[in-house]
Write a protein that binds this ligand. Structure first.
Ligand code: SF4
Ligand SMILES: [Zn+2]
Length: 369
């Protein structure tokens, strides 16, 4: 990995910029980050050593461009074409350009951009829902070969499934904010975007916790040293089909506490067995209902990315369906939210038996009513 900062300095345009680290770092050394100037590294991609070889080689891997500014900043309009020329020249390198100014992309494209260049990934940042709904439709319309979305700092719950569904976004990453004025990031938001990625077959990275991290309603103040490692340790990165989520450690809830919590949910507590369901169960016998439950769980829930996830369980038609809604075993999202069973993994035998057990407990309780 290499970093190429052709110019330095920027101006704030978006809520995500409030605690910009470029400003923070410059302030700490008495520098004004709003002054935009070319750096001594402007020509880095074509710089050569004494032996006449490029300083940056393919071994450097990804070159992150413009990390102390924005590549599409107005102030840099006169300099950008030289950068495009260098990027074109270095087909052996892959450039990642992270921007909050995707709306300037079209104006800033080089004349021979065509359908996009293979050695450039454009990363569009989306810190909240408003910026997501503004930037992603523009992002999807542009001719770009490799697209990524970055939600950092993630400032609220963000839904982007309708954009991911287009199949044009290759990767999403999320993370919290660092620094002494960091705004909180809730693990719930991270998991929500991750689930959307799973449903759309998009890989996902939980990059960092940030300084103020909320988990299960509790606020944690975390030292900078652990922001990246804690996120990685959670196991919540996702790459389709790799079984990555198998290593996530979690505990299913205490059964009694779970049933109490379900009874306090207006939606969950609405479901009951009616006379016709009860006579169906009596007629078939509990063993048969148990095998139906086992079958539904295996066929509709256990895949890494079950078909129609979120809508796979009908609202009626079988007592087990009612039990699934009543106990939040209806889809992988509900299984994660209520039972802590991570999305994005094939359910083990043990996990499937746990679910069937919860369903049968609810059915037994209803039969006694
Ligand atoms: S666009 Fe990026 S570099 Fe520029 S002010 Fe905002 S956060 Fe800082
Ligand atoms: Zn559900």
């Amino acid at each position: 990995m290499a970093i190429w900062n052709p110019w330095h300095g920027c101006h704030k345009i978006s809520p995500g910029c409030a605690n910009c680290y470029v400003y923070r770092r410059d302030e700490s050394i008495g520098k004004d980050a709003s002054v935009v100037s070319k750096t001594g590294d402007f020509n880095l991609p074509v710089k050569k050593n004494r032996q006449g070889q490029y300083k940056l080689t393919a071994d450097d891997g990804i070159v992150f461009a413009c990390m102390t500014s924005d590549f599409f900043l107005e102030e840099a309009d006169e300099w950008r074409q030289d950068c495009w020329d260098m990027i074109r020249q270095r087909q052996d390198l892959h450039f990642h350009i992270i921007t909050k100014r995707i709306d300037r992309f079209e104006k800033c494209m080089p004349p021979d951009w065509g359908e996009g260049w293979n050695n450039v990934t454009i990363c569009c940042t989306c810190e909240n829902q408003d910026r997501t709904d503004y930037r992603l439709p523009i992002f999807l319309e542009l001719p770009i070969k490799h697209r990524e979305v970055i939600c950092e700092p993630m400032l609220e719950e963000i839904n982007m499934e309708k954009y991911l569904k287009a199949g044009l976004i290759g990767h999403v990453s999320c993370g919290g904010e660092s620094g002494s004025s960091a705004r909180p990031c809730d693990f719930r938001w991270i998991k929500e975007v991750r689930r959307e990625c799973i449903r759309c077959g998009v890989s996902f990275t939980f990059r960092q916790t940030g300084a103020v991290f909320i988990k299960d309603g509790k606020v944690y103040h975390l030292d900078r040293k652990v922001h990246l490692s804690q996120a990685e340790k959670s196991g919540y990165n996702y790459v389709p089909g790799t079984g990555m989520a198998d290593s996530i450690k979690y505990r299913t809830p205490d059964r009694q506490a779970l049933f109490e919590r379900l009874s306090r949910s207006d939606f969950r507590s609405r479901f009951h067995l009616h006379a016709n369901d009860k006579s169906y169960i009596n007629e078939k016998g509990m063993d048969t209902i148990f095998s139906h439950a086992k079958d539904f769980v295996a066929k509709r829930l256990s895949a890494e990315n079950p078909e129609n996830d979120g809508r796979q369980t009908p609202m009626k038609g079988h007592p087990v369906f009612l039990a699934q809604h009543a106990t939040a075993c209806c889809c992988r999202g509900c299984l994660e939210k209520w039972h802590n069973i991570p999305s994005g993994k094939i359910l083990t035998e043990k996990e499937q038996s746990y679910i069937v057990d919860v369903l049968m407990e609810w059915i037994r309780k209803e039969m006694e009513k």
